[in-house]
Write a protein that binds this ligand. Structure first.
Ligand SMILES: Cc1ncc(COP(=O)(O)O)c(C=O)c1O
Length: 400
């Protein structure tokens, strides 16, 4: 009998996506044809974008676009190499200096994506016999990065979501003389909830652990002048390392980590995802530089973002939706059923509102949700339409 197994069998057996497409409710990979930020075009139809992480609307800002175009004119479209070798241009250095200054840390290091930033920082710092300690709801990129550390004989421990009691329980089980890194999202990406940083910082001190916060959804949203979670709690000095992405508030692509000189220098000379991957493109970096200037000079954008998000949060709450706890730019509506989530998503799409469907493996069964997120550049009429369509469909599907 031939017992040989084809590696691709699992692919041929994977039919779920095709089944959902046949039902006409597939919520993923829909190509946008044009975007002004809060309004986008799909197949010739205009929809309100209520699912983007373009929090300050800067992807559509003429100053950001011009900066990117000018950088392409000066440096070309790619650096065609790693930062380590031929891929550093002076824009990278300028941005690293300006971000270190903005976050009031000694040094900054850029990566080509936020995902790669976690992959660069965690396995480089957490080595054989050392511990990475993660919140169970951390972003998937941090989980993947922690598993990379395990591949180097580090230990990976997880604690219940935002439970400081469980974090302490976990810390108590770890030998006192082992190196420890606590890793948490500053603002959790599915719910928009903020990390319990004051207690987390106390525990880190008590048990001799270092802290890495992923502030992807916090910068430009919370903290003094949009400086993120540590600043929100006035605890910038207690957080050893902050990382983030340029794909949200900064309207671009790339990632960064900030921290003390020696630690950033070590990561810079040892992180595989930095050394063996091409550097962020000049156009991307120039867009971030322009966005950073706007963030510093126009704090009213942050206020508008918060006013807009609070307006939708209150509107959806008032009509009876169950929302995940959040006071940031994310409002996640719990649907609690995979099929209903996709049907709801499709009805919103047809009604002219684009949101994100969060189903397995993005969330646990029973926590399926429609995740909405807002921009400083949404107008009241956009937000009213989001609330109106959500309410009508929620009633039709007997969710409210
Ligand atoms: C918390 C968090 N970390 C990291 C990332 C990855 O960032 P990027 O899109 O730059 O790869 C994201 C983006 O989805 C995120 O939400």
């Amino acid at each position: 009998m031939n017992r040989r197994k084809d590696l691709f069998k699992k692919c041929y057996d994977f039919t779920l996506a095709d089944e959902v497409k046949a039902l006409g409710i597939y919520p993923f990979f829909h190509p946008i044809e044009e975007t002004e930020g809060p309004v986008v075009s799909f197949a010739g139809r205009k929809l309100i974008m209520a699912g983007s992480n373009n929090y300050l609307g800067l992807t559509a800002d003429e100053r950001v676009k011009e900066a990117s175009i000018n950088a392409i004119r000066n440096y070309g479209t790619s650096c065609s190499g790693s930062r380590y070798m031929t891929g550093t241009v002076n824009l990278h250095i300028e941005l690293e200096e300006k971000l270190a200054d903005f976050f009031e840390k000694e040094r900054c290091l850029l990566f080509s994506t936020g995902y790669q930033t976690g992959q660069g920082v965690i396995p480089t710092l957490v080595q054989r016999g050392e511990y990475v300690i993660c919140d169970k709801d951390n972003h998937a990129s941090l989980v993947a990065a922690s598993i990379m550390a395990v591949g180097q004989s580090a230990k990976f421990v997880r604690y219940s979501h935002n439970s400081m009691e469980d974090l302490e329980r976990a810390l108590k089980t770890i030998p006192d003389d082992a190196g420890k890194l606590i890793v948490a999202d500053g603002v959790f990406s599915v719910s928009g909830e903020i990390v319990e940083l004051p207690r987390l910082a106390e525990l880190a001190k008590k048990y001799g652990a270092r802290i890495l916060l992923d502030d992807a959804h916090a910068v430009g949203v919370i903290g003094r002048g949009g400086r993120g979670t540590p600043s929100e709690f006035n605890l910038a000095d207690e957080v050893d390392l902050m990382m983030g992405t340029f794909s949200k508030t900064f309207g671009s692509l790339g990632g960064y980590v900030v921290g003390e000189r020696d630690v950033i220098n070590f990561i810079k000379h040892n992180a595989s995802s930095l050394i063996f991957s091409a550097s962020p493109t000049p156009g991307s970096v120039a867009a971030v530089l322009a966005s950073l200037d706007i963030l510093k000079n126009e704090p009213e954008l942050i206020e508008r973002l918060i006013v807009n998000t609070d307006y939708v949060r209150q509107g959806l709450d008032a009509v009876g939706f169950k929302l995940m706890p959040s006071r940031t730019a994310i409002v996640s509506v719990i649907i609690g059923d995979q099929m209903k989530t996709m049907v709801f998503w499709k009805k919103l799409f047809d009604a002219g509102v684009y949101v994100n469907a969060f189903i397995r493996p993005g969330v646990m069964p029973g926590h399926e949700a429609l995740r909405t997120s807002f921009m400083a550049t949404h107008e009241k009429e956009h937000l009213d339409k989001v609330i109106t369509e959500f309410s009508a469909i929620g009633k039709e599907l007997e969710i409210i």
